[in-house]
Design a binder for this molecule. Structure first.
Ligand SMILES: *[C@@H]1O[C@H](CO)[C@@H](O)[C@H](O)[C@H]1NC(C)=O
Ligand SMILES: *[C@@H]1O[C@H](CO)[C@@H](O)[C@H](O)[C@H]1NC(C)=O
Length: 337
C-alpha cells in the first residue's frame, strides 16, 4: 500500500461553534459521485455564501437528522432521523421524499420510560445506514435504548424488515457517537456495546456475536472515544490489485499520556484489515492488524492544536491515479476558541 494512503491529511479546520448542520452538506447540486478528481475543497466558507449554494432539507415534526448515505449508483441520498428514514433523489429539487416510519412500539417505549429515561429519548434514533447490496440497505437505530438493526428493500422503500439485535453495532443512547461502514458485504462498526456506554468497541459484525473480530475493552485500545466516521478503502482503487481492503475509523479520544488534572482530547485514526481473522493463541477474536495514529491539525490561533474531530470525508482517486485523501473538520477542545 502506498505510504501516503496511511497518512490522512486533514485540512486546516475552522473551529466550529457548533457541529456544522449535516444537512447543509447533503444536497449539493450537480452529479453525485464519490470521486471528485481535481476539485480542491475549500477550508472555510462564510455562512452567507454557504447559504446561496446549498439547498436545505427538513420535514416538519421530524427531528434529529443524524446520518446520511449517498448511493451513487441510484443517485439517491438516504437520511436517517428520529423514527424516520428518507430517500431523496439527487440532484434534490424539493419534491416530496420517500419515507419509512420506523417507530418503537408503545409497550417498548413504556419500558424505556420505566427505566428512568426521558420521554424524548425513548425513540428510535437512526444511527446506521449502509448499502448492503444492489437491492438492500442495512440500518440500525437506538430503538428506545434497545438497539435494533434491519434491512430495507430499496425498490419498495416501505419498511425495515428482519429486525435483529443491534448490540455491538449501534449505541443505546442517541447522544453517543458511532460510525459504521459496509465493505465486502460485511458491517464494520465503531460504537459502545453496553447500556451504560462505557465499553467502546470496533468490530466486524458478521455471523454470531461470539465470532466477531473486535477490539479489547482496554483504554490502550480505545479510551472514551467519540467516533465520527468509518471509511473502507480498497487498494485496487489506486492500482494495487493484491492489497487487502482496509477499514479506517476516525474519532476523538481521551489521551492517556498526560497524568494531568485536565482530560486531554486527541484526534485519532485507527485502521484494521478486512482479512484479519484474529490471533490463534493470543488475541483470539481480536484484531491483529489494529493500528492507531494521532491526527494533527495545528490551529492558526495561539499555536494551539484543534483537537476535537467533528467529521471526516474521503476524496477517492480516479482509478489507478493517486491515492485517497481524507479531509477532517476539527474544533478546539476549549469551547470558547
Ligand atoms: C432531538 O431534537 C430535539 C429538537 O430539536 C432536541 O431538543 C433534542 O435534544 C435532540 N436529541 C438528540 C439526542 O440530539
Ligand atoms: C441483498 O441483501 C439482502 C439483505 O441482507 C438479502 O436478503 C439478499 O438476498 C441480498 N441480495 C443479493 C443479490 O445478494
Amino acid at each position: 500500500m502506498p505510504a501516503s494512503a496511511a497518512r490522512p491529511r486533514p485540512g486546516p479546520g475552522q473551529p466550529t461553534a457548533s457541529p456544522f448542520p449535516l444537512l447543509l452538506l447533503a444536497v449539493l447540486s450537480g452529479p453525485v459521485s464519490g470521486r471528485v478528481p481535481r476539485s480542491v475543497p475549500r477550508t472555510s466558507l462564510p455562512i452567507s455564501e454557504a447559504d446561496s449554494c446549498l439547498t436545505r432539507f427538513a420535514v416538519p415534526h421530524t427531528y434529529n437528522y443524524s446520518v446520511l448515505l449517498v448511493d451513487p449508483a441510484s443517485h439517491t441520498l438516504y437520511v436517517g432521523a428520529r423514527d424516520t428514514i428518507f430517500a431523496l433523489s439527487l440532484p434534490f429539487s424539493g419534491e416530496r421524499p420517500r419515507r419509512i416510519d420506523w417507530m418503537v412500539p408503545e409497550a417498548h417505549r413504556q419500558n424505556c420510560r420505566k427505566k428512568g429515561k426521558k420521554e424524548d429519548e425513548c425513540h428510535n434514533f437512526v444511527q446506521i445506514l449502509a448499502i448492503a447490496n444492489a437491492s438492500h440497505l442495512l440500518t440500525c437505530g437506538t430503538f428506545a435504548f434497545d438497539p435494533k438493526c434491519g434491512v430495507i428493500d430499496v425498490s419498495r422503500f416501505q419498511q425495515v424488515e428482519r429486525l435483529e439485535s443491534g448490540r455491538g453495532k449501534c449505541p443505546f443512547e442517541p447522544a453517543q457517537r458511532s460510525a459504521a461502514v459496509m465493505a465486502g458485504g460485511v458491517l464494520y462498526a465503531a460504537t459502545v456495546k453496553n447500556y451504560l456506554g462505557t465499553e467502546p468497541i470496533i468490530t466486524r459484525a458478521v455471523g454470531r456475536a461470539e465470532d466477531w473480530i473486535r477490539t479489547d475493552t482496554l483504554p490502550s485500545w480505545l479510551n472514551a472515544p467519540a467516533f465520527v466516521a468509518a471509511v473502507a478503502l480498497s487498494p485496487a482503487e489506486w492500482g494495487d490489485e493484491d492489497g487487502d481492503d482496509e477499514i479506517y475509523f476516525f474519532f476523538t479520544e481521551t489521551s492517556r499520556a498526560f497524568d494531568s488534572y485536565e482530560r486531554i482530547k486527541v484526534p485519532r485514526v485507527a485502521r484494521v484489515c478486512a482479512g484479519d481473522l484474529g490471533g490463534r493463541k493470543t488475541l483470539q477474536q481480536r484484531w491483529t492488524t489494529f493500528l492507531k495514529a494521532d491526527l494533527l491539525c495545528p490551529g492558526p490561533e495561539h499555536g494551539r492544536a484543534s483537537s476535537v474531530l467533528q467529521d471526516v470525508a474521503v476524496l477517492r482517486p480516479e482509478l489507478g491515479a493517486g491515492t485517497p485523501i481524507f479531509y477532517g473538520i476539527f474544533s478546539s477542545q476549549c469551547s470558547n476558541l
